[in-house]
Write a protein that binds this ligand. Structure first.
Ligand code: AMP
Length: 406
């Protein structure tokens, strides 16, 4: 389906062709007409499916046609990076219009706070915000949301994972009851359905098939002991100048710091990124990695969803992701745009069940390798009797509203 067929405004179609989009993606085909008809939507859609344009384009069209000059659209996103990325896409599509957007996210200094306050009170048509930061502004009492017509939640499951359930309800309480609400989520756990039933009105349910990792990613797992992990990274990349961009994921901030320290000691050009860094630093680190000034980036899951970094040669999962879907997100960072990529996952005995869950989700067996002999013997490939670690994680963190960060 081409974009002209949706009947969007000319200025938007112009921006779309400027972006080089030729055909609508499946999620865009399903959501754009429903949004244009004014329906509420709950959509399961993952990063890389074109979901951002799927909501921005029709909403922008409505703003151009009848809601210019006041704040009419609120978009919530789980992380600063995603908020910035959405804001940039909005500005791209709004290039030929006089619609304005601003991004509000944590970690900015006093001068920026003033700037954000100014933009908020001046009535930019679109606000993209992380829930925590928006609450801080709402508490000050100058934010006016009585004319909000579109309320959009992007990566809703991730927002609940972070513990934003109560914050989202609080923000929602400031919005008019008569509005259009659009919720996008990669997964649909029960808490998401619960939230949907509270804040959406008779929504159209839209789903696209769960994305499988592209065929051109070579996937392998190593079963090893914790202390063999750093030596194995060394082994894997030492004589591989072709691996110009390497992304290593770890589930905790503490491990990120440890991995960076160990790899730096081995003279690898490495940086770490986690929610501990100030916003400016995070952006600078990302930029250095994107421009290939930094060869290895070690990250928590902050990066695994949503962020569009192209051409990563190798993704290493230092530990098995908590959710099988996170595995797909993490390794989806490599092999973009038809290029081949390699994704390697380190597995300790207690994580073997998690790997089987992943194999079930992606409907494919992943090649299993022992550590190379010079690193010593690895453990036996035997499932532990304990519950899989992500089940334990879920149990521990499943109370909505309880804030936690990995
Ligand atoms: P998203 O799933 O929104 O993160 O989008 C992933 C990437 O696909 C972004 O770089 C978009 O610019 C791009 N994209 C979105 N829609 C289209 C389309 N219809 N044709 C080509 N690229 C697209």
């Amino acid at each position: 389906m081409t974009f002209e067929e949706f009947g969007l405004s000319d200025t938007i179609n112009e921006a779309i062709s400027y972006m080089g989009y030729e055909k609508a993606t499946p999620i865009q085909e399903k959501t754009i007409p429903a949004i244009m008809q004014g329906k509420d939507i709950v959509a399961s859609a993952q990063t890389g499916t074109g979901k951002t344009a799927a909501f921005i384009l029709p909403v922008l069209d409505k703003i151009i046609n009848h809601s210019k000059g006041h704040t009419s659209t609120l978009i919530l996103a789980p992380t600063r990076e995603l908020a910035i990325q959405i804001d940039q896409q909005v500005q791209g599509f709004a290039y030929f219009t006089d619609v304005h957007s601003i991004a509000l996210y944590g970690g900015t200094d006093g001068a920026e706070w003033g700037q954000q306050k100014k933009s908020l009170t001046r009535g930019a048509e679109i606000i993209v915000a992380t829930p925590g930061k928006l609450i801080a502004h709402l508490n000050m009492g100058y934010v006016k949301f009585e004319k909000i017509e579109h309320f959009i939640l992007d990566e809703a499951d991730r927002m609940l994972d972070i513990g934003f359930y109560e914050d989202i309800l609080r923000i929602e309480s400031y919005l008019p009851k008569k509005r259009q609400t659009l919720m996008f989520s990669a997964t649909m756990p029960p808490e998401i359905r619960k939230l949907a039933s509270r804040i959406l009105d008779n929504p159209v349910e839209i789903s696209t098939a769960i994305a499988k990792p592209p065929e051109n990613i070579l996937q392998a797992v190593y079963l090893l002991h914790e202390e063999q992990k750093i030596p194995l990274i060394n082994r894997l990349i030492k004589d591989k100048p072709d691996y110009k961009s390497i992304l290593i994921f770890s589930s905790t901030k503490k491990k990120v710091t440890d991995i960076v320290r160990a790899l730096k000691k081995d003279n690898f050009n490495t940086e770490g990124i986690s929610s501990d860094l100030e916003q400016k630093e995070r952006q600078a680190v990302l930029l250095r990695f994107k421009s290939r000034e930094t060869r290895i980036l070690v990250a928590t899951d902050v990066l695994s969803r949503g962020i569009d970094i192209q051409d990563i040669n190798l993704v290493i999962n230092f530990d098995v992701p908590n959710d099988a879907e996170d595995y797909v997100h993490r390794i989806g960072r490599t092999a973009r745009a038809e290029k081949d990529g390699v994704a390697i996952t380190f597995v300790t005995t207690s994580e073997i069940r998690d790997i089987h869950k992943i194999e079930k989700l992606i409907e494919r067996e992943i090649i299993k390798l022992p550590p190379p002999p010079e690193l010593g013997k690895g453990p036996e490939w035997k499932e532990s009797k304990k519950a899989p670690s992500h089940d334990r994680f879920r149990r521990k963190h499943s109370q909505p509203g309880k804030r936690h960060r990995k």
